[in-house]
Design a protein around this ligand. Sequence first.
Ligand code: ZN
Length: 102
Amino acid sequence: MAYKKPERRSLGHHLGAAPHMTAAQFRRDHWTISTRCPRCHLDCWVDLDVVIRLSGGEVKLWNRQARCRRYGCPGRMVFLCTPPGEAAGAFWPLHDPEGRSG
Ligand SMILES: [Zn+2]
């Protein structure tokens, strides 16, 4: 199979691969990752260097949540991504569609 640079692959390819990708793979392929709190709508960039230092390169962000960074907010932040080659500021959720479990 011919190698295709990540930023030249299709959005459908990226979104299909996203559930299985590790933090190290996101960093290697230059994905942009952010978090959003559904409660207070705080948005934060995610530094993959920090994630990898704290949790290891094999950690997967799909369906993971993190405590909201805002003081006093009990919300749980969800992860969002911009795949390589997509416009800055366009985000797709790194989790299964709402209302579906498993
Ligand atoms: Zn919050």
